[in-house]
Structures are given as structure tokens and as C-alpha cells.
Design a protein around this ligand. Sequence first.
Ligand SMILES: [Zn+2]
Length: 300
Amino acid sequence: MPLQIVHHPDYDAGFAVNHRFPMSKYPLLMEALRTRGLAGPNALNTAEPAPASWLKLAHAADYVDQVITCSVPDTIEREIGFPVGPRVSMRAQLATGGTALAARLALRHGIACNTAGGSHHARRAQGAGFCTFNDVAVASLMLLAEGAAHNILVVDLDVHQGDGTADILRDEPRVFTFSMHGERNYPARKIASDLDIALPDGTGDAAYLERLATILPELSARARWDIVFYNAGVDVHAEDRLGRLALSNDGLRARDETVISHFRARRIPVCGVIGGGYSTDVPALAARHAILFEVASGYA
Ligand SMILES: [Zn+2]
């Protein structure tokens, strides 16, 4: 069976091409996956909007209602970085439902990936930093509530610290949050994960991969994990507009290979989400995000 991929055309909320958030990476990622032969009919699964009852497991009920009814206060919209109109609202619900579906597919097939997700700056009370709902936190709490998982590990390798995930899950002992990120990157005030590793500006492939290889055995020794959520943000790349680390394409591929092979060798299901990536060269950016799917397809 091919790698199971979750997707929806409305992951693209149609921002202007010069918007700081490169929305066109979503359709271009799908094009890249088709070009690579990864998006056949047996591979694609269509995301459905996450129901409000799931969203409210992770987020304040009043904030969930504000997003669904497109009445988010201006102050919060400014922290998110864009207005929450009907398309953005639906996109947030779909991306979250997509990660939940990818998690279920991972539990069934060993590995699955969402072509969106990794909105790790959304906190319990509100969104922030281009993140409306925290899909990984919602999916984790949904799996726990349904009894589909009992011990969950979050491996967040986006260049930015996973402050929202840490905030939402800080009192949830059944989910362990790990973030490895650029020390001087957003957010300025970090919220402690269960384990954080902050890397200096300019950390390149060799030092990054060495740190990763030493930490993974420690993480898998902590518990018998039922599932790992892997945030494979590509903003660690040297050419990323927002990141301050300096990974190459080969470094990205080695990173994804290291993480996925580690957990799959231990038969732990892996749910991949794409996380952040910012570049004015959006086709190059989409190709960077496609690396996760290329690597994951080797373990499907
Ligand atoms: Zn990021």
C-alpha cells in the first residue's frame, strides 16, 4: 500500500501571492507529490473539518466559537497574522481534521502524513504566529479521549519553539512534548515543553543531526509510545526567510530519515505534519516539504 496522505484543496485559503504567509505552497506541494508519483488514488485521503467538540478539547470554547463564526477579535487576529474570514476559518478546521485523520491512518498502517498541520503556536486561549488551531494538540487529545492511544510523543523539529503545544498539553501527563528549535527564533517568550533543545543561529547539518541522533533514543526510552506526531517544519533550511538554522536539502532528508526510521524500527506509528516553511521561491519551498513524503513513503 502506498503512503497514506491526507489532503484537501481548501488547505489553500487563497492569500495574495505577496502575503507574508506563502499560502500557495499547499497546491504546489500537491503538484510536487503528483510529479513524484506519491499522490495516486490509493494514496489520497480527503480531510474533513474537525468538529467543534474536538477543537474544544484543546482550545477555550469561546475562542473556538469565535473562529467558527468568523468573529475573532482584532487583537487576536493581529497575533495570528491574518484575519479569520470564512476561508481561513474552514482551512483551520480542515487542517486540524486532516491531522486527526492522518493520526488514525498512522495507527492503522504505521505511518501517514498530512499535507498541512503543525500549527504549534496556537495556545489554549487563542491562535498566534500564523496558527489558528493547534492540530497536533487537538488530534492528541481526541485520540486520548477515544482511548485510541494512551501515551503520545510529540517530536517538533520546526525551527520555531512549540510554545502553543506546550501550553495546551502542560497538564496532560499522557502526552510528552519535545521541541528542538532555533534559540533566537520566534516566539521571544517560550513556554517550556516537557523537553526543549535550543540551537544557536547557523547550526548546520552535521551538528544538528548529531544532536538529533543522541536525543531520539532518550525519547523512545521514556515510555511505550502508541504514536509519534512528527512536525517536519522545513524552516530549519538555510534559505528559509524566517529560520536562523542552516540545514541543506540533504540535511532535511537525513533529518526526516533519522526520525522516521528510529520510530518505525521500533514499530511505533508516525503521523507526519508539514509545519512551517517560508520562502519567496515557493516551488523550492514546496519541494522541501515534499521531502517528508518521499522519506515517509519508504516506510509505508
Ligand atoms: Zn516554524
